[in-house]
Design a protein around this ligand. Sequence first.
Ligand code: HEM
Ligand code: FES
Length: 442
Amino acid sequence: MSESTHPVITYTGINQEVICEDPDATLLEVSISNQIPHLHECGGNGQCTTCRVRVIDGHSNLSPRTMKEHETARLRKWDPSIRLACQCYPKGDVSIQRLVWTSSEVNKLQLEMLPDGDAEERAIAILFCDIRNFTKMAVSNNAFDVAHILNRFYTVIGDPILFNNGVIYQYVGDEIIGLFGVSGGLKEKNCTDAVRAALGMYYAIERLNHLELVDFDIRIQMGIGINFGKAFIGHLGHPKHKQFAVIGDPVNTASRIQNYNKVAGTHLLVSESIFKAVPEGTFDIGQEFQPQLAGHEHETKIYEIKGFKNPDIKLALQSSMDYLLRNEDEFASQFYERVFEKSPETRSLFKKNMKDQGRLLTHMLGGIIYSMSRPENLDLGLKFLGESHSKYGVTQAHYPIVMESLMETIEDQLGEFSSPELLNAWRETLTMVTDQMRHYSH
Ligand code: HEM
Ligand code: FES
């Protein structure tokens, strides 16, 4: 304990100590009030588990588990050293390590809910994406260039899966497999999420070809197949080396549908089960095919998907994210310059240095995009953010100023990619976010 008998919290990862002066503050609130980044997707409601920490020292100085935390720990088979920061109060010195660092890691938490031994049957959407010309590029370019492009490639191809609450199952050679609905959820949502991810991957590759691969004299091409059905998922393998695995006929069918792109000359094909899972008119359908896929006795109906019929706000936001935040510091400094010009008194509200504050904001924009695929957490998160902004001294009048400054910065940064549809998507989303926050601010 510190001299003043307030508990001291030590964050082992960043080697930082903070004094907890408010006896009614949860561990999560201590992090936030000391500007230590700490994910809290559900806004401290014991629902998302993103605030989890490992207690390295001083375990008995934390209040016991709440009922909510107890149940979470039981379902996920946590050992006693793992605690939910939003559910515990420090009563003495503790040393902790935050366990979830980025929004993109949040999806992996779904895998904890899978059975350990026997696989369980679950209805999921399975996406197979095959990349062509990729190996050719690796052979004909120098190692440095290839490593750079590989990293860019895996990011832009994996992000759309993660943005849509999917789990990346495997990168095998030139193939990536995404699963949607591993921890349950509505069939319609899981299938729409999978198709949105596929379209996002397609746009990302087009942009990579257009912007970053022009000098390599190469054009990456891709084919995607998606199927929905009951597959067996679980952690399987040697008792000492169990791996997350998914098996079953729907998985093989998804792979074969993907393969059919080569015959049909298409990019994105989905099974009838995907087509039927969403209301008619959701997708812009191209050609229809009725092949007899290998291993099947009957013909299978498959559909080419060209996009969504009506503009899809989430897809627009997701597709612009990578480009928008390619220069995070510049985005943040432009934004704050605009805010302080419109409202000079807001400068004094910020305690943290501007660069870190900017990172928080761009992180938060990313966080919003990620958590839009988990609306049950997004609402709670924004409630918490609205309440905490009141404590920072933010008033109702500040919101329109921040909103306009964000919109101007977004338009500026998008440059040649800016379009009325894209700007509308951002305006609509930011209006939703600020309206929610304002509703819960005093
Ligand atoms: C789109 C709406 C907004 C989003 C997404 C947002 C996001 C955030 C985030 C993530 C933090 C980090 C701390 C936390 O998690 O509570 C933060 C802190 C803060 N925000 Fe916002 N914010 C928004 C609007 C505003 C507005 C309208 C103001 C008014 C000027 C403002 C001023 C601040 C201040 C003063 C802090 C604390 C900084 C410090 O302690 O140095 N924010 N914001
Ligand atoms: S469980 Fe703690 S913030 Fe969601």
